[in-house]
Every structure is written in structure tokens, then in C-alpha cells.
Design a protein around this ligand. Structure first.
Ligand SMILES: Nc1ncnc2c1ncn2[C@@H]1O[C@H](COP(=O)(O)OP(=O)(O)OP(=O)(O)O)[C@@H](O)[C@H]1O
Length: 272
């Protein structure tokens, strides 16, 4: 479990990025961490990965303090940042050097990904396109089989078929003892993949809910015309009509429109 208690972080004395954040991430779930630009998603992730230290409060990952950067912690957490550097080596050399940092690294699993992506392991990293580099990094991240996997905007730079492959790769590699955290502005890329949604806004966590719990309570609908119905909790115009949210009065779990939910939560129209 990742346990964040009363977290505050300041880059400078004047600006508080977080207002006393309390947040838990449980094993066996894929989390979608959402929020507008500059809200502090990367800062939160860097506190979890031990790249930044809390100004106040605590952050624990499976009982370990990230800031101490103990081997036990580092070998069981993989972070795919939005911007990254890969040394100028062949993929084969890269694997040989870096796999030993991760005791559960599965080379056969990595080979399956390179075959799927049709990227030769003899290629140098500098010979790869941006999207191909990203695929190699994500393939490595999944093959490392760490208990915690965090990805910042992983689908940036991936073409449409690769986004589908990405979703399938995450689903196939996912195990019940893992925590996966994904941040993305491309919320449609997270559809069908994530189990829980976390929405950050103005230094706080506005929503932290399992997708099933949301589907149990709320019904998402698309209609041709605007609805004049007092039971509608939120409604907005979309390209092909009106998208709305209302209470789910049935026993069935429908589709959760993450983008609509995000807008609704930020507009403060939903008293969840
Ligand atoms: N190194 C830094 N020094 C000073 N301020 C910073 C630094 N990094 C980020 N910030 C500020 O902290 C706030 C949160 O930034 P952060 O990168 O965590 O947001 P984010 O939610 O990840 O944004 P985005 O969606 O644009 O990637 C922003 O106001 C940003 O300007």
C-alpha cells in the first residue's frame, strides 16, 4: 500500500502545492491520476518515488520511506516519467546493464514486447523514433515486474494502434500484488483500463473512487437534445449532442465517461 498522510510540498516558501493531502493506493488496482496542468500530479508522483521529499507529512510505500531511497524500495518501484533520457546504447546492451537493478525482471516478457512492437534489440536507442523509445521504456517498465509502477503521460507519442497495444500490455502484466498509477490528459486512453479515479484540484484530492462504485451511483448518458430534468446532476454540450450525468437508479453498472466526470467534479456540480 502507498500511504500518504498530511502531505505538503513547497518548491519555494511562498507556494504550497498541496493542502494537507491524505491518500491511499491499494494493491490490485490501476489508478488514473487526473488534474489540470500545474495542479501537482508530477510533484505528488515525485514524492512517492523519492525524487522529492515532503515538506510536511509522510509518504510510505509498502512501509518504506521513499526519500531514504533504500535498495528494497528502489528495486520494487518503476517510474516512467514524461520526459526521460536513455543512454546511447543498443536495446540489448540497455537490458544487460539495467535488468539487474530489478530482481523480478523477465527477459522473455521484454522479448515478447519488442517482437510485438517489431523493434530489433540490435537497434541503438538513438536510431529509434520518439514513439519507439517510449515503447521500449514501457516494455522495460512492465518487464521489471515491480510492486509499484507509475507512468506519467505514458500514451504521449504513441500512435493509435500502439495505444491499444499499450492498454492490453498493462492489462496482461497486471497482478493483484501491484499498484499501477497512470497520469494522463488523454483520458480516453485510460478508459477500460483503470479501476479507480483520483482527481486533484487546487492542492486537494476532490475525488478518489473505484470506477465500479461510481458506475453504481451514477449514470452517464448521451442524448440528442438538452435534457430539462431536475434529476440531472451535470450536463454539457458535446460534438454529437448532450452528455449528462444523473443518479443511477438501476442495478446495472454502466459506462463511466471519465472526461465528463472530470468536468463535472471540477464544476462542483456533483455532490459525491
Ligand atoms: N522545479 C520546480 N520549481 C518550482 N516550481 C515548480 C517546479 N516544478 C513544478 N513547479 C510548480 O509546481 C506546480 C505543480 O507542478 P506539477 O509539474 O507537479 O504539475 P502537473 O499537475 O504535473 O502538471 P502537468 O499536467 O502540466 O504536467 C506548478 O505550479 C509548477 O509551476
Amino acid at each position: 500500500m502507498i500511504n500518504i498522510q498530511s502531505l505538503e510540498y513547497n518548491y519555494s516558501k511562498k507556494i504550497n502545492i498541496f493542502k494537507n493531502i491524505n491518500l491511499q493506493f491499494s494493491s490490485g488496482k490501476i489508478y488514473g491520476l487526473l488534474g489540470k496542468n500545474g495542479v501537482g500530479k508530477s510533484t505528488l508522483i515525485k514524492n512517492i518515488t523519492g525524487m522529492l521529499f515532503p515538506t510536511k507529512g509522510n509518504c510510505e510505500v509498502f512501509g518504506l520511506t521513499p526519500g531514504k531511497r533504500e535498495v528494497e524500495f528502489l528495486q520494487d518501484l518503476f517510474f516512467v516519467p514524461e520526459e526521460y533520457y536513455l543512454p546511447n546504447l543498443t536495446i540489448k546492451e540497455l537490458i544487460t546493464i539495467y535488468k539487474d537493478f530489478y530482481p523480478n525482471f523477465d527477459e522473455n516478457q521484454f522479448d515478447t514486447y519488442t517482437k510485438e512492437f517489431k523493434i530489433s534489440k540490435d537497434k541503438r536507442v538513438t536510431e529509434l523514433s520518439l514513439g519507439q523509445k517510449k515503447k521500449i521504456l514501457i516494455g522495460f517498465a512492465l518487464s521489471a515486474n515491480t510492486k509499484v509502477l507509475i507512468m506519467d503521460e505514458p500514451t504521449n507519442g504513441l500512435d493509435i494502434p500502439s495505444k491499444i497495444t499499450f492498454r492490453n500490455m498493462i492489462k496482461d502484466a497486471f497482478k493483484e500484488d501491484r499498484i499501477v498509477i497512470i497520469t494522463s490528459h488523454q483520458v480516453r486512453d485510460l478508459d477500460e483500463l483503470i479501476d479507480a479515479i483520483i482527481i486533484m484540484h487546487d492542492g486537494q484530492i476532490l475525488l478518489n473512487q473505484d470506477k465500479d462504485a461510481i458506475a453504481k451511483k451514477l449514470q452517464f448518458e448521451l442524448s440528442e437534445n438538452e435534457k430539462d430534468d431536475p434529476t440531472i446532476l451535470y450536463q454539457e454540450k458535446v460534438s454529437n449532442g448532450f452528455a449528462s450525468i444523473q443518479k443511477n437508479t438501476s442495478d446495472t453498472l454502466g459506462y463511466v465517461d471519465i472526461e465528463l466526470l472530470f468536468n463535472a467534479v471540477l464544476a462542483n456540480k456533483l455532490k459525491l
